[in-house]
Structure formats: structure tokens, C-alpha cells
Design a protein around this ligand. Structure first.
Ligand SMILES: Cc1ncc(COP(=O)(O)O)c(C=O)c1O
Length: 396
């Protein structure tokens, strides 16, 4: 008899769906074969190429030396980490958190994909911007939940239209994911939109999950945290991360915070009963990162220079691009008559420039794929490479 293992049926659709970046990777491999690896200028995956700041690396090294006996880490986070988060949130958002309202996480990807498992029951709905970060969807499906997508369209200023959600869907909705500044459009939600989200959630008993991992990557006004909105305390969970703020993708660390104990308890307790906490020396490095305001400020300047270099060239080749309010992404509408896939393949295979077709990171929902005319550029190559990309783009 052949061995027939069981499987959680919820995850079958996730396993069977193509990983969006597989297409990008395949095209990239072809381009590497054609040009050689060093010729490719990669605006594809949003993984910072800039070094983790000295202040963070030093704190990490020191922590390894100081903590001679290892010891298990505190799962919810140690006092030094929590204290640094409390201080950061106070300084940056003028919001007072208590240490017990903060939990250390392996970053926002981990936490956002786990949250649905802790708060959804089979058939419950999660309201998810489309496009948005894929773990919101995979976590929801894993939990047996049903994603209801909020299409992010130019006609709505790249903001979710909460009024468009049918009443019967709202009744079943238990989670709303928000992400401001929004990946990949770069939209910073105005205060009224945050207010509307909080009101919607409170009126309908929906937990608002605010992914604020780009809160410190902005071009003009610093984006708000959901915790600054009155009434949000009751219904919100905040996720933050040092991956992008402090170029710490390899450290995988962030925090989960809520002022409502009911929204902390399931995550905090289940994590404590399931896994070990974030490594102590990583928490020490994270504390140093949250205490330092200098490096995020420098990085805002670096991303601004890359943005201001790339935008005119994209416009010159016929793309329509709005200046983003935050993140390090550019969401560019491709010229009429082409598609995101054709545009991205063309610049990759002709000019060695890699970007991501918007349609593969968006879902077709209610007959619309909000990414069907867009490509995403992540401003991660150094300025010299961005300038070279500009030259190659406008040379024709
Ligand atoms: C919206 C959003 N949230 C979270 C993450 C990842 O967070 P982390 O690296 O902390 O897991 C990303 C990374 O691209 C992202 O775009």
C-alpha cells in the first residue's frame, strides 16, 4: 500500500498557488545567462542592500560576548528590548505603551501570517488590501478564513474603499489588515482614512492589524501609527519591524503591540507555549536600532536621492508615476499598449534591469486585477547603479 500522508486541507490552495516571485526569478535567471550576474540592476525583491548600521552590528557583537552563558530568550521579549520599543513609540508617535503591551516577534511577515490562526475561525472573513503583503492572505487561508480583497485603485487615490464592502461580508469580517505606508503603492494613509478604518472596526467587532513596518521610510510627513487615532486602543494590533527601517532583514525582528489585553493574550500565550523567543543578542541589537534615529534619517535621504533619480527616467519612457509618500517602492503604470509582464521582460532582457510585474503580486478580485497596468521598483540598488539604470532606460 503506498503511504498516504494527511495534510491540513486549508493549506492546499497555498501550496498549489505559484509563488509570485518564481516568475521574476525565472526571468532573472535568463537575464543572468545573457548578460552575466554583475550587469543586472535589481529593483526586484525589496531586500535592502545597504549595510546594517554600525550601531546595530556593534550591539549584536557585544551582546554575544556579554552573554557568555546562553540561556533561553524570554518569548515575549526581554526588558531591554521592550523598554527600547516603549521609548521609540513614545518619541516617534507620542503614544504611551506599557512594556507588557509589547511582544518581540520574528518580524512582520511571521506575525502577520500567525495572527489569523489566533483570531479567525473557519469561514471568518479577513479584509485585505489588494495588492498587499502576501502573508496576510496565506495566514488567512491557513486559518480556514476567507480573504475579501479591497482593491487598491488609482480611482480611489490608492486607498481601500471600506464603503464598498457588502453588509453580509462585514458581518463575517473579523480582521482588517492595513499597511501604511502601503507596499507596493507607497501610499501614506491620510488621517481620515485611519479614522474611518478604526470606526469601521469598532462598529463591526473587527480586529485592525496595522502593519507599520515602513513607518520610518517616508519622503514628506512622518506617517501616523494607528495607535495615534482615538478609539484604536480597543481594536488594534500594531506590527512593526526593523527589516526595512534598519536594514535588518537577516535579523528577522520586530514587535507586536496592543493596548487591548484580549488582542495580546492569544498571540503572547500561544507563542510562549509553542516556540522560543527571538534570540537574546538579536533583541539587544534591535534595542540599539530602535534607540537610534540617525540611521533612519540618513536612509530617508538615500532613498529620496534614488527616487528622484529614477522617477524622471520612468516618466521619460512613458510610465505614469506618482511620487510615493513612503516605503522604498515605486508603483509605475506602464505605457499604454504594453503589459507589466511585457514591460518588465523587455527591460530585463534588453537592458538588464529587473522589476516586478504588478499583476503577479495582485489578485484578480471582483473581475479586477489592480496591478494589471503596474510594475514595482524597489529602490534598493546603490545610487551609482540607479544612475546606470537611468542611462540604460533612456538610451532606448
Ligand atoms: C508590508 C510588509 N510587511 C512586512 C514585511 C516584512 O517584514 P519582516 O521582514 O519584518 O518579516 C514586508 C517586506 O517586504 C512588507 O512589505
Amino acid at each position: 500500500m503506498p503511504f498516504k500522508p494527511g495534510i491540513n486541507r486549508n493549506i492546499v490552495p497555498i501550496l498549489d498557488a505559484p509563488y509570485p516571485f518564481d516568475v521574476v526569478d525565472k526571468n532573472r535567471r535568463n537575464a543572468v545567462e545573457k548578460f552575466g550576474k554583475d550587469y543586472i540592476i535589481d529593483f526586484g525583491i525589496g531586500d535592502p542592500t545597504d549595510p546594517t548600521p554600525d550601531v546595530v552590528r556593534s550591539a549584536c557583537k557585544k551582546a554575544v560576548e556579554d552573554r557568555k552563558a546562553s540561556g533561553y530568550p524570554d518569548t515575549p521579549g526581554h526588558a531591554g528590548f521592550k523598554g527600547a520599543v516603549v521609548e521609540y513609540v513614545k518619541k516617534r508617535f507620542k503614544v504611551s505603551l506599557k512594556p507588557e503591551e509589547v511582544v518581540a516577534t520574528y518580524g512582520a511577515k511571521y506575525a502577520s501570517s500567525k495572527i489569523p490562526l489566533y483570531f479567525l475561525n473557519s469561514g471568518d472573513v479577513a479584509l485585505i488590501p489588494n495588492p498587499s503583503y502576501p502573508p496576510y492572505t496565506s495566514g488567512t487561508i491557513h486559518a480556514g478564513g476567507v480573504p475579501y480583497y479591497l482593491n487598491i485603485l488609482e480611482s480611489n487615490d490608492f486607498l481601500p474603499d471600506f464603503q464598498s464592502v457588502p453588509k453580509d461580508v462585514l458581518k463575517k469580517a473579523r480582521l482588517l489588515f492595513l499597511n501604511s505606508p502601503h507596499s507596493p503603492t507607497g501610499t501614506v494613509y491620510p488621517n481620515e482614512k485611519m479614522r474611518e478604518a478604526v470606526d469601521l472596526c469598532r462598529e463591526n467587532d473587527i480586529i485592525l492589524v496595522s502593519d507599520e513596518c515602513y513607518a520610518d521610510l517616508y519622503y514628506d510627513k512622518p506617517p501616523q501609527s494607528i495607535l495615534e487615532v482615538s478609539g484604536a486602543d480597543e481594536c488594534s494590533i500594531v506590527l512593526n519591524s526593523l527589516s526595512k527601517r534598519s536594514m535588518m532583514t537577516g535579523y528577522a525582528v520586530g514587535f507586536y503591540a496592543s493596548k487591548n489585553p484580549e488582542l495580546l493574550k492569544p498571540y503572547d500565550r500561544m507563542e510562549r507555549k509553542s516556540i522560543q523567543g527571538v534570540a537574546t543578542f538579536i533583541q539587544d541589537a534591535a534595542a540599539a536600532a530602535f534607540k537610534d534615529e540617525k540611521h533612519p534619517e540618513e536612509m530617508r535621504g538615500v532613498y529620496r536621492q534614488r527616487l528622484e533619480t529614477l522617477l524622471p527616467a520612468l516618466r521619460k519612457v512613458g510610465c505614469e508615476v506618482r511620487k510615493p509618500g513612503g516605503t522604498f517602492f515605486v508603483w509605475a503604470k506602464v505605457p499604454a499598449g504594453t503589459t507589466p509582464l511585457k514591460f518588465s521582460e523587455n527591460i530585463l532582457l534588453e537592458k538588464g534591469i529587473n522589476c516586478v510585474p504588478g499583476n503577479i503580486i495582485s489578485h484578480t478580485f471582483n473581475g479586477v486585477n489592480p496591478g494589471e497596468k503596474y510594475v514595482r521598483f524597489a529602490l534598493v540598488p546603490p545610487i551609482g547603479k540607479v544612475r546606470e539604470a537611468v542611462e540604460r532606460l533612456i538610451k532606448g
